[in-house]
Write a protein that binds this ligand. Structure first.
Ligand code: FCB
Length: 813
């Protein structure tokens, strides 16, 4: 076995067999839909950058960069980390190369650290630093991996910054000298260069927004910094071409569709989006490829531009590198010097763990536009990838999310190619989980995972995408498997959600699928609607979604659904049952009615059905399980929500189930609804007490989504009232009187958070409220802490659902 010859272990062999073969998948002729459409000449790679992966910051004469300084400043990096080791690629580059090769990728985009090669940015070359890139280049070539070297990926030598940084024209001259030194030393073997990575990001985040190094915050810097970066690039391209004529030199820019907040009808925002686009994309692409600045940027740049500059910048290039992650949203804002500011991402869009909107169509839009507006240049997708949901539960090591993400973006590339774009290569960001700038180690983009928090690679923790082939060699599944012991199927947790097809239930389901990577079981009354929602979730998120017919107002329906669900667990259709979300709810209004079991319908739906479901399913939950009840604050006389609706009735199950019987005056619809909400909270507390008593660590939590016009109480109001509740004015009034504010999107997201976020594991027995999307732990009404009432409610509910001894959960006795 070849691997034995190389001294590889079994696990490395397994890795090499299976690893990350996005490339293999896509290059396996005629196989997947992507594969069919990528030509044989198309090439695949992955990327990294020096400061994010190398570590060894004070080794072999390396000088400091602006990021060394920035990372040490208090509060700059989300987790306070410094990448002193990170992936340790300075020492472990051979392993990196082996991984790339095992992953069947044939290109690698890395960056050269300017301060490693020129510790002060100029002066004598640091040979020991340069030697590293020499070794890396050779290691890649030995394995037939084409190196793409970026000369500047944001780590400007600190000394150069001190003498003016990109505010000074001189920095461009130093950059050209450095480019020449690299070309002389490596140009005989290294043929592909990217001059500057995302000059636009470095300009904006580093100098105007200030959340990247050097951390400046001054809109007046847009002009000089943009121009000097462009000038530096022009000088470097000139100088490198003068050294060698056989190089492929390109640029990589962060390109995105720049969209107006609120859509195109918002004229001012539309103008803001167009203006931003000129600064973000046009001010970097136009001078390089067309020899002039776009009109909107001209004025800002005028002071920096000197005679002859434009022809220095107008070098053209051999390819344009597109780094694409997500669209941007802009709005007009007259409070600042630029008259624009970032807009809100539309509600309900899917996001990765870094909060970036996932929209593959944006990639196609960018590629189409480059093709159309810039004379059909050669294009490379130099970065594209997603950040996994964070955390250490099973979901994160299952990579359906990433597979789905990449497949969708690859499809966007093929569509652009169909439209005539000359896309030649695709680099996934990134090879390894690494140090993600101001996010530190909290963001995980790697094809190969590692325990970045430990600052060291831990071979036991290295996970790799594994490509599975069916006999016909279709890629059926890319999954992540522990490197040790070969590719194991990693089990994703499952959440069962009642009423998960609409309103906050559906929004929550989307969040569970996209962020927390849960498989789902949607349970509801109308199979047609449930199926449609399930299909959408499957397609959008690539997760497993099963459906279950369930009418919580009917005890026989609950029993049937529970039996079916247990069968799903037994057969393996569903695994690792970790969350039960009791969300389906009865209508607030409407005349008094009785369920099939002849119990009052609101109480049967909101309370008895879920109570029975819990008794029947808790035994099947894992130790980390969570049961969450939606329970709006309408029951609580101490809050504005409660006051608006009225005082609740006694939470007496027998009385509530028989409301209006025997000629007695029924409760008002409002009281029925609110009292049932109080009961769900009492269930949540009582369930918590029982679970703890039994030594179980399952959490039982009550959750108030706030007032959501499309659900609960407001849903049954006349249409004009619902409409009014959505207006800003009404929201303002509601806020003034203290009504908790909800919306389908952020209440759904809060719901998912309570159900899965590790922070809420210890929230058992508590009541969390989402107000404007912010979750807080609050006391509910005094009544809901009454242990006697809770106990009675529980026992009476048992009687009402006619719980059989064999049905009763052992943990809940
Ligand atoms: C890009 C950067 C790269 C990495 C990815 C996630 O903007 O070029 O270094 O941070 O984003």
């Amino acid at each position: 076995m070849a691997n034995d010859k190389n001294g590889w272990t079994r696990r490395q062999f397994v890795l090499s067999l299976g690893a990350a073969a996005i490339a293999a998948g896509c290059e396996s002729k005629r196989r997947t839909s992507e594969a069919r459409r990528f030509p044989n000449t198309f090439r695949w790679g992955c990327g990294s950058s020096a400061f994010q992966v190398e570590g060894a910051l004070d080794v072999d004469g390396r000088g400091e960069s602006i990021w060394d300084i920035f990372a040490k400043q208090n509060g700059r990096i989300k987790d306070g980390s410094i990448p002193s080791k990170t992936c340790n690629s300075y020492y472990r580059y051979r392993e990196d190369v082996a991984l790339i090769s095992a992953a069947n990728l044939n290109s690698y985009k890395f960056s050269i650290s300017w301060p490693r090669v020129f510790p002060t940015g100029s002066g004598p070359l640091n040979e020991r630093g340069m030697d590293y890139y020499d070794r890396l280049t050779d290691a890649l070539l030995q394995r037939h991996i084409t190196p793409y070297a970026t000369l500047f990926h944001w780590d400007l030598p600190q000394r150069l910054y001190e003498s003016g940084g990109w505010m000074s024209r001189d920095t461009g001259e130093r950059f050209a000298d450095y480019a020449v030194a690299v070309t002389r030393r490596l140009g005989d073997r290294l043929k592909n260069f990217i001059t500057i990575n995302e000059a636009n990001v470095h300009m904006l985040l580093g100098h105007v927004v200030g959340n990247h190094a050097p951390g400046l915050h001054d809109a007046k810097l847009i002009g000089p910094v943009t121009h000097h970066l462009n000038l530096a690039q022009g000088r470097a391209i000139q100088a490198m071409r003068a050294q060698r004529s056989d190089l492929m030199i390109g640029v990589a820019l962060a390109l995105s569709p720049d969209r107006p907040e609120g859509g195109r009808i918002h004229l001012l925002n539309d103008i803001a989006a167009l203006a931003f686009d000129e600064i973000w994309s046009g001010a970097f692409l136009d001078p390089l490829l067309k020899g002039k600045y776009p009109l909107a940027a001209e004025q800002m740049l005028a002071d920096a531009v000197k005679a002859g500059d434009m022809s220095t910048i107008h070098q053209g290039c051999d390819f344009i590198g597109v780094n694409y992650y997500s669209p941007f949203y802009l709005k007009a804002d007259f409070s600042g010097p630029t008259f624009l500011s970032p807009g809100e991402t539309p509600a309900g869009v899917t996001q990765d763990a870094s909060g970036r909107e996932i929209d593959p169509s944006g990639l196609q839009e960018v590629l189409d536009r480059l093709t159309k507006d810039y004379g059909n240049p050669r294009l490379i997708v130099t970065e594209n990838g997603c950040s996994d949901p964070l955390g250490d539960h099973a979901a994160i090591i299952n990579d359906e999310f990433r597979i789905h993400y990449l497949s969708a973006h690859l499809r966007a590339v093929t569509q652009a190619m169909d439209n005539g774009s000359r896309v030649e290569r695709f680099f996934v960001w990134s090879l390894l989980d690494n140090w993600e700038w101001d996010s530190g180690f909290t963001s995980k983009f790697g094809l190969v995972a590692q325990n970045v928090n430990a600052g060291e690679r831990n071979p036991e923790e290295i996970l790799c995408l594994v490509c599975r082939y069916r006999r016909n060699r279709t890629v059926t599944r890319l999954t992540v498997a522990p490197r040790k012991g070969g590719p194991k199927e990693v089990i994703m947790p499952t959440a069962l959600i009642t009423g998960g097809h609409a309103g906050i239930g559906f929004e929550c389901a989307k969040q569970l699928a996209s962020r927390s990577r849960y498989n789902l079981v949607l349970a509801g009354r109308s199979m047609e609607r449930i199926e449609a929602a399930a299909q959408q979730l499957r397609t959008d998120y690539g997760i497993r979604v099963s459906t279950l017919k369930l009418d919580t107002s009917s005890l026989s329906s609950v029993r049937d659904a529970a039996t079916k669900f247990r069968a799903m667990l037994d057969s393996g259709e569903v695994d690792s049952f970790e969350a039960l979300l009791c969300n389906a709810g009865g209508y607030f209004g409407g005349p008094l009615s009785y369920s099939k079991d002849s119990y009052e319908t609101t109480f049967a739906t909101n309370c008895l059905g879920h109570f029975l479901l819990i008794e029947l399913l808790t035994e099947r939950m894992g130790d980390n399980g969570r049961i969450v009840f939606t329970a709006s604050g309408t029951h609580d006389p101490d809050t504005a929500d409660g006051k608006m609706v009225g005082i609740v009735a006694e939470p007496d199950a027998i009385a509530l189930a028989n409301d209006g019987r025997d000629g007695k005056k029924p409760l008002s619809a409002g009281k029925r609804y609110s009292t049932s909400k109080l009961c769900t909270i009492l269930y949540a507390y009582e369930l918590h007490r029982r679970l703890r008593r039994a030594g179980s660590s399952i959490a039982s939590i009550a959750f108030d989504p706030g007032a959501v016009p499309e659900t609960g109480l407001l849903r049954t109001m006349p249409k004009p009232v619902q409409w009014l509740a959505k207006t800003r004015f009404m929201k303002w009034i509601m806020k003034r009187v203290g009504v908790t504010q909800g919306s389908v999107s952020f209440s759904g997201a809060s719901f998912a958070q309570v159900a899965t976020d590790p922070t809420y594991r210890n929230g058992s027995g508590k009541y969390f409220q989402s107000n404007n999307g912010a979750l807080s732990d609050r006391r509910s009404s005094r009544l809901s802490y009454d242990e006697q009432r809770a106990l009675k409610l529980w026992n009476d509910s048992k009687t009402l659902v006619r719980l059989q001894p064999n049905e009763e959960s052992v943990q809940l006795r």
